[in-house]
Design a protein around this ligand. Structure first.
Ligand SMILES: [Fe+2]
Ligand SMILES: [Fe+2]
Length: 144
């Protein structure tokens, strides 16, 4: 698996966590914690190793993506401070879901950062990046 495969797999995992949250198979506060950990680890890995590798070819896209990550993190912090069974929680949760889905859509769209990576980076670079992405994710997950 190269770095693009790893990040895409993460995207699918995050989408699955969102849909599981709504089926309530896991207690909501635990499920929210799992979503938070997964999102922050993914964003950290992208920002520390993946985006920097693309900066020279797609600096505007990288800047935009980092702003979106900040928006996602702000929403996660707001959700954490809310009463999970309160009335305001669901609208804010849907806001988070929308912003994440929109961001994933942009990364995976034609001309998006995942495609830029496949076009610009060698197989070896993409493979090395996969190792780095996994490393950063593990550090971030353990710190959560
Ligand atoms: Fe991202
Ligand atoms: Fe991503």
């Amino acid at each position: 698996m190269d770095a693009v495969d790893v990040l895409q797999l993460d995207h699918r995992k995050i989408e699955k966590l969102f849909s599981e949250f709504q089926t309530a198979a896991t207690p909501r506060s635990a499920a929210l914690g799992i979503i938070r950990t997964a999102l922050l680890a993914h964003a950290q890995a992208e920002q520390q190793v993946f985006y920097p590798a693309l900066e020279q070819w797609a600096s505007d896209e990288v800047e935009h993506a980092i702003e979106e990550h900040q928006g996602v993190e702000e929403r996660l912090n707001e959700l954490r401070a809310m009463d999970i069974d309160g009335e305001e929680f669901s609208p804010k949760f849907f806001e988070l879901m929308d912003s994440v889905e929109n961001h994933i859509g942009e990364e995976e769209a034609p001309g998006g950062l995942l495609e830029v990576a496949r076009q610009r980076l060698s197989e070896e670079q993409l493979s090395d990046l996969a190792t780095e992405v996994q490393r950063i994710k593990t550090i971030s997950e353990q710190a959560a």
